[in-house]
Design a protein around this ligand. Structure first.
Ligand code: HT9
Ligand code: FE2
Length: 415
């Protein structure tokens, strides 16, 4: 995409409750119109209740915002950072209104979500599109979004370091010859969301290459293929990583049981790998410990501290095996610098677009039908930051275009 003189950044995230009285209203916001059973909401509420009704995610986003501000300042970049969430205060429309009031017109959004799927790509663009409509700022500000950064070296490096450290510490505990299995954990999503992840056409190509259907064969969809590739990239940077047993597993499933989601669930996988029925390897060793790498997540929020540090850890204890959970990128300086590098790319101040693994740097502007989803009531929500986004920004407005694909200046991802 042609460089633009962005004048402010919007850090967009999921949001979370700040006290007991926020928990249920927050969960209603998250699940509005999505058929999550009440029992599941009650269960998830207990995770927040146990933590005083407070999600760790808001504190982590305040810290990330401060770290991005510091990195921008250290590079002499004068770009104020605002913060807006999908599901809790401060909400995206309020942040957008404030940015406009403060005189900003060309806004670049950075999200706390690394991969391609409805929840982590399009839903953020919907938040932005709906905020443009709600605030009446369509045609008055540009609201663009940075590329998905799953394969950026700044995202991968902290996982490599964490895995190397946890492998070493688990080996020290269990012995050098102990059999350790690495579980790369990400959020499960409906199989239909996985099948629609990424731009139109990419999924079909991956399905063909993988020789199967999404949900049946790993890598037959953009979401799992991106995760598998990042897992390999993490391992490639870890001493002895090429000899380690590993698998990609899924967590935090919700939705009605009748709807298929990506599997295996992390706890089932642990049971299968280290339970009484589990096969021993060629030297007769059973799995003695797990290192869990939460490669699907940016910070140690509730999905990490509950589903991994509480539930998966309990599963390991029941199985009588060792357990480590590596840190997420959080405010790791390499991650923060990587995000600011991506911002500099969009300002046209950087040569090249860093990416590692088999995928090129992802699209600055989403391609047609990217991470598409038809709502349960049959509606399709407005989005920004895509060639086929119906919500027009300042640039399209000034150019007198109708904001359709033919008018948008887009380039394919470049390696
Ligand atoms: C792919 C993905 C990410 C990773 C990418 C990213 O980070 O964006 C993610 C992150 C998060 N998910 C979070 C929390 C929740 N997700 C839910 C529900 C869902 N997530 C989904 C997907 C994802 N979710 C889906 C397909 C659903 C069901 C349908 C729906 O409702 O969209 C529900 C409802 C109850 C339940 O769990 O069933 C909650 C409470 C929090 C906040 C944690 C905190 O507070 O610290 C975070 C960061
Ligand atoms: Fe979620």
């Amino acid at each position: 995409m042609a460089p633009k003189e962005y004048d402010a950044l919007l850090l967009a995230s999921f949001g979370g409750p700040e006290g007991q009285e926020d928990v249920i209203p927050f969960l209603r916001n998250v699940t509005r119109g999505r058929g999550i059973p009440d029992e599941r909401l009650e269960e998830v509420a207990t995770h927040y209740r146990a933590n005083g009704g407070v999600s760790p995610i808001n504190g982590q986003n305040r810290a990330l915002k401060a770290a991005i501000e510091a990195e921008l300042a250290s590079r002499g970049m004068d770009l104020p950072v605002y913060w807006g969430n999908r599901n809790w205060e401060p909400y995206v429309p309020d942040a957008l209104r404030q940015m406009h009031e403060d005189g900003h017109r060309r806004i670049l959004t950075v999200t706390t979500s690394a991969y391609s799927c409805y929840s982590s790509c399009r839903q953020y663009r919907e938040d932005m599109g709906m905020a443009m409509e709600k605030t009446g700022l369509e045609g008055k500000v540009d609201l663009d979004k940075t590329r998905q950064y799953f394969n950026h070296p700044g995202f991968i490096a902290p996982f490599r370091e964490g895995l190397a450290a946890d492998l070493a510490s688990l080996r020290a505990e269990l012995g050098e010859d102990a059999r350790i299995h690495v579980l790369f954990a990400t959020h499960s999503i409906p199989v239909s969301d996985a099948a629609a992840a990424g731009p139109r056409g990419t999924a079909a190509a991956l399905r063909e290459a993988a020789g199967g259907e999404p949900g049946e064969v790993e890598g037959a969809d953009v979401y799992s293929a991106q995760h598998l590739d990042v897992a390999r990239e993490i391992l490639a940077g870890v001493p002895g990583g090429e000899d380690v047993d590993w698998s990609l597993v899924y967590q935090s499933r919700s939705g009605p049981p009748s709807v298929p989601w990506l599997e295996p669930d992390i706890n089932d996988a642990m049971e299968n790998l280290a339970g009484p029925e589990a096969p021993v390897d060629e030297t007769g060793r059973a799995v003695a410990g797990f290192v869990v790498v939460p490669l699907g997540f940016v910070s140690d929020h509730m999905e990490v501290v509950w589903d991994l540090d509480t539930e998966a850890k309990d599963t390991a204890a029941e199985l009588g095996v060792g357990f480590r959970r590596t840190p997420t990128p959080g405010t790791d300086p390499r991650f923060v610098a990587g995000l600011v590098d991506i911002v500099e790319e969009r300002l046209g101040r950087r040569e090249g677009r860093a990416a590692q693994g088999c995928f090129p740097a992802w699209y600055d502007v989403c391609r047609p039908d990217c991470c598409s989803k038809v709502m349960r009531d049959g509606s399709v929500r407005p989005t920004t930051s895509a060639v086929d986004a119906p919500v027009r920004g300042l640039a399209e407005h000034q150019a007198g275009s109708d904001g359709t694909a033919a008018d948008a200046a887009v380039e394919p991802p470049q390696a």
